[in-house]
Write a protein that binds this ligand. Structure first.
Ligand code: DQA
Length: 148
């Protein structure tokens, strides 16, 4: 199966960006680890980061043609703003898990609302980069269940 990991704006700055909130690992560290795990289990993992809303939307559209089975997405600040990215996920109807490194509910009130959580299969937040690893395990489990 094929899993697409999407990262929204400013996540390319991981490692140096507010490390007390987001940790010291870089996005490459995280993507490499996820890819190694997926590959070891015989799956394909694609990853993409953009600071531009339209690029993320177009990446979601492309995912459909590529036969992506599952999406793991950290929409970053677009979580709280983007009806357009929400609609792209609804349009492609690929199941997804929403991930946040920080516990958005323990932060500013404007981070408490997400345009994605009600249409996600699940949401993981506050566990740092391990949230992506847990999301990958859950995604693979769910793909396996649905192809039985
Ligand atoms: C984030 C939380 C968002 O509120 C913030 O805008 C981000 C990162 C997280 O992973 O904790 O950029 O999605």
């Amino acid at each position: 199966s094929t899993i697409l990991v999407l990262h929204g704006p400013n996540l390319n700055m991981l490692g140096t960006r507010e490390p007390e909130v987001y940790g010291h690992e870089t996005l490459t560290d995280i993507d490499d680890r996820l890819k190694a795990r997926a590959t070891a289990l015989g799956h394909h993992l694609l990853h993409f980061q953009s600071n531009a809303e339209y690029e993320l939307i177009e990446r979601v559209h492309e995912a459909r043609g590529e036969g992506v089975d599952y999406i793991i997405i950290n929409p970053a600040a677009f979580t709280h703003t983007s009806v357009a990215l929400r609609d792209a996920l609804l349009a492609t109807a690929i199941p997804f898990i929403e991930v946040h490194l920080s516990n958005v509910h323990a932060r500013e009130p404007f981070r408490h609302h997400s345009y994605f959580s009600d249409i996600a299969e699940g949401v993981i937040c506050g566990l740092g980069s391990q949230g992506y690893d847990l999301a990958l395990e859950a995604a693979l489990h769910r793909i396996h269940q649905s192809t039985k």
